[in-house]
Design a protein around this ligand. Sequence first.
Ligand code: SPV
Ligand code: MN
Length: 623
Amino acid sequence: MGNVIELLKQKLTADNYDRLMALDNPRMHEFVADAIELTSPESVYVCTDSDEDRAYIRQMAIENGEETPLDIAGHTLHFDGYNDQARDKANTKYLLPPGSDLGEQLNSIDKKAGTAEVREFLKGSMTGRRMLVCFFCLGPIDSEFSIPCVQITDSPYVAHSETILYRPGYEQFGKIGASPAFFRFLHSEGRLENAVSKDIDKRRVYIDLEEEIVYSVNTQYGGNTIGLKKLALRLAIQKASREGWLAEHMFVLGAHGPGGRVTYFAGAFPSACGKTSTSMLPGQTIIGDDIAYFRKKNGQIRSVNVEKGIFGIIRDVNPTDDPVIYEALTNPGEVIFSNVLVDDAKKPHWLGMGAELPAEGTNHSGKWKKGKKDAKGNEITASHKNARYTLNIGELKNMDPMMDDPQGVPVGGIVYGGRDSDTWVPVEQAFNWTEGILLKGASLESETTAATLGQEGVRSFNLMSNLDFLSIPLGRYIRNNLDFVRGVENPPLVFSVNYFLRGKDGKYLNGMADKLVWILWAELRVNGDVEGIETPTGLIPKYEDLQKLFKEHLKADYTRDDYVRQFTIRIPENLAKLDRVEKIYKDKVADTPKVLFDTFAGTRKRLEALQDKLGDYVSPLDL
Ligand code: SPV
Ligand code: MN
């Protein structure tokens, strides 16, 4: 590339040039100049943290047709293309330099070939458009946790989403001087038709871990385009591994115990398993719902929410199950609804909203009528099952006051949960950190639902619910988690939860609201207020403790029969799970730490010993 400064001077208006140059960072200037040269925008807009710039981005999204105002003040609607409704796993790849190896579980492409391919798709992609250069901060401002980022995009919708989801970063960028320690994202939606990306066959998300640059092209869906979300998580996992901290796909929640005590929990659940609603439990306070960083400080593990907003699944958000979000979604405030159904009165509707849906309207497929089918003959639902809302956590009544604390919050407990119809009990504490990481986190599986794959109950392995985002070999990731508690005085307790356990008749054994009790029991355990009952895989609650919590928090009479059904140890299923997961590590993860196999063997022995003594299914009352 020629002279960076000359090029910027030539392509930017004086105002924008000054804004960019006020940040004295040659590496960032070079990135912007290269992006201009590559994508050939008509103009470049450099965004600062000001309210005017935020408003301008929002206005641009409406003017270019990516967003439409809805009936309530501050609400807008965005559609992604019919075939651009989720993360594109197949076309998301690491650019792999010669001689490096991420293991067979991670999707990668030769760096030279992949860079050439994605840059070819980006070439001239912003012709006739305005390039937005935006600055954001991952984690709280002025914090040891924070990572400054620069996002270049031609999509005001992407930039708008990021102003809701992330802390502003222009000022923060000014403070890092010429430091090269920041993440870079270049996105172009490519050619548009009816305001949606047209060349979906050329959709690519390529990640350069050495340069800490992510390229994304020919897509709009947030998971592929909002650089600071899952694309930054991939970069952060690699950076964390180098620097000795952790980047996790986790919510952070303040659980409120007796006497006004607040204990912070972080939790990982695969998509659509109750993660956001756990982070929003009634009576508790939310720090974040999706991504958390963890660092050790003075012998303590502390955590921050990387984001300040929520890009949440809207399906099943209704006044009964998610009252806090429902209220925010039905009152004035800044909200982007994506891929919902909208009627002529500009009112949004979604599956499971607790009201009858209109028989026609407009959705991600265009004009929609009940019964409409797509080109493959599949019925198109009123709203997409991955339809989402984007809002600022500050809009919610239950935001935790520590949300923006640069020190983060101390972590008392970690929770791992998946969709599991027949194996894990509703809540169980691991015996210690190592067993928690290996038997709960690294053993996490989730079942597909009939709605997603056509075949119900297929278990997919998803360690720490982070498999989709790992940028280091799986074994090293597990090792990093195991080692993280070195030097920590009281490591967080680790729990598994299962909201989806079914009885012999196939019916769920728990109601949606019960998860509050499992988390509050965990809160009592972290503080040593109650005892657990030992099982081969950990510690489960005593009936009396749960009965009290159900009464106090859900006004429910929890019966001994319910307890026995829910907490019976299902030994054959637990053994089968150990076999299944162990086989994955044996066959597919070359660098699995030996301690995983040892721990699995020890657990298998304990399960078999109990089976010999009391049979396949053991009531908690017999333990
Ligand atoms: C998830 O799927 O885990 C999400 C949404 O949080 S996405 O941004 O698509 O990753
Ligand atoms: Mn997520």
